[in-house]
Unconditional design. Sequence first.
Length: 185
Amino acid sequence: MEHREKYPLIQIRLHWIVFLLVICTYAAVWLAKYGLHNYPSLAHPIWLLHYFLGAMVFLFTCVRFVVQKLLQKHIPYIDPPIPLWQYILSTTLKIVLVVIYWVIPLAGYLYRCKSGFSLDLYFRTFHARCDVDPTAGQFWHTIHVSCAYTALGLIAIHAGFAIWNHRVRKNNMLRRMMPPCHKCG
Ligand code: HEM
Ligand code: HEM
């Protein structure tokens, strides 16, 4: 690892883009399912937004994974360093976050496909190409929803750990992931 103050800009951008996409994906599904359930014609485009944003989360998580691997050696040190066990746990959590944001959209897609529904992503509609199997559809629905709510808990732990390091330990963990501030000198 070389000494630098922040993550490479591309990694910072990808991290916060995925964060925004994830927030909007949850907001869309809650709006469609709970806010607009009495207005099907309004809820429909919001459901499509949920599928589209969910697919973007999958895509950007793939891009970010590749970029992360390519730029591994440019990741800055945490200063002052954190104990090894915390480093191992927080790194494991980051890996789980990547995997879970692959599993959630894939399970959402398989739920739709196995239930015989098409998947409209605005630019293209994917018609069910798998064998329709309502039991398998129900299985993927359970995976989709339970992983989506588990992931919210994992994000809270991940963000809480970063904020705790920033506020209590006063190390550079969070600053490394913040966009550069030109006015800060
Ligand atoms: C990271 C991406 C995604 C997240 C975080 C996410 C999150 C969620 C959550 C939290 C729910 C449950 C709402 C509730 O019942 O309280 C849900 C439902 C649903 N999601 Fe996703 N989703 C994602 C991607 C997708 C994708 C790509 C698809 C479609 C291909 C999809 C299709 C669905 C469907 C059809 C439901 C409704 C299930 C039902 O009617 O009970 N989701 N999603
Ligand atoms: C959708 C929500 C989030 C996901 C999926 C996520 C995922 C990740 C991943 C995979 C990394 C490893 C570096 C990379 O590949 O970019 C990371 C690093 C980091 N994230 Fe998040 N993150 C999320 C939200 C947040 C939030 C809300 C905060 C802060 C309040 C935060 C703070 C950080 C920090 C400080 C690092 C660098 C930590 C280190 O190097 O030890 N993240 N995040």
